[in-house]
Design a protein around this ligand. Structure first.
Ligand code: ATP
Ligand code: MG
Length: 263
């Protein structure tokens, strides 16, 4: 029996599209009948909010799961969507940093916790925080594959380089990651009419060059266009198809295909 594949969305700067990618990929997979667990590993807890989940004061979150104060299953909640389950977070998750740093094998903590529920799900998608923190390390350590969303801006290119540096450290020094990099998803790609703006064009070319240098191949995937429709879909809890915007979902579909090819 095939076991759960864990894919994380990682990029070391704010506003790179990490949460957006996790949300739409998870909903797409769930709509196709796959059983999906999403893990909100960011203390900002945007993903928890986007999924309409309210953390009650006494109910366990990712914090208690990581600290092993509860079993992993006790931290999993149904969402309003079929086949889609959530380990939520709130700002208290930040207090787990010391726990992870003190354990010595913090990069493997989340992987171990998720192993306990791997038989229940087809896919696990993890939303990482923007900082190079202990939480980020344990997210990468738990992953079979990574996707790197990168804003089509200078800030985005810097985020890409920092992210690749961290991944290679975890791969080479700590052997905490031996998975696949599914690719780089340019985020907020700007077009005017039928033309990509010069800024987007040159930033995406830079992403291609950077991945060529690091991996000897172009790992840039189809881009997510700059569009208010994504924000509207998030606010309304709809998919892009439900919004009548199937063409905007193309980069999500390509990513889903890559995820389905894992293993
Ligand atoms: P953080 O590091 O702060 O968690 P992030 O990398 O998770 O950020 P997102 O939250 O996914 O980034 O996206 C940043 C912002 O861009 C959000 O406010 C989101 O609503 C908005 N956004 C999402 N999709 C698009 C789009 N296609 N075009 C423009 N803005 C978008
Ligand atoms: Mg986010």
């Amino acid at each position: 029996m095939a076991s759960m594949q864990t894919v994380s969305s990682v990029s070391l700067a704010g506003g790179q599209g990490k949460t957006t990618v996790v949300l739409f990929v998870a909903r797409f997979l769930a709509e196709q009948g796959r059983t999906v667990l999403v893990v909100d590993a960011d203390p900002q807890s945007s993903l928890t909010t986007f999924l309409g989940h309210q953390v009650e004061s006494e109910s366990p979150t990712l914090l208690e799961v990581l600290k092993k104060q509860v079993g992993t299953e006790d931290g999993i909640y149904k969402t309003r969507y079929n086949n889609l389950f959530l380990i939520p977070s709130d700002d208290a998750l930040d207090t787990v940093q010391d726990y992870l740093a003190g354990s010595g094998t913090g990069a493997f903590t989340l992987k171990r916790r998720l192993a306990a529920v791997a038989h229940l799900f087809d896919y696990c998608l993890i939303d990482a925080p923007p900082q190079r923190s202990q939480i980020c390390l344990t997210v990468i350590g738990a992953s079979d594959a990574l996707v790197i969303p990168v804003e089509t801006s200078v800030k985005g290119l810097q985020s890409l380089i920092r992210t690749l540096e961290l991944i290679s450290e975890l791969r080479d020094d700590q052997e905490a990651f031996d998975g696949e990099i599914l690719g780089v998803v340019p985020f907020r790609d700007r077009w005017v009419g039928l033309r990509r703006t010069n800024e987007s064009e040159s930033n995406i070319e830079s992403m291609q060059q950077i991945t060529q240098e690091w991996f000897s191949q172009d790992l840039v995937l189809p881009s997510i266009r700059e569009s208010e429709k994504f924000k509207q879909a998030i606010n309304r809890g709809q998919t892009l198809h439900e919004m009548g915007q199937p063409e905007l979902a193309y980069p999500i579909e390509v990513l889903v295909k890559k995820i389905e090819q894992l293993e």
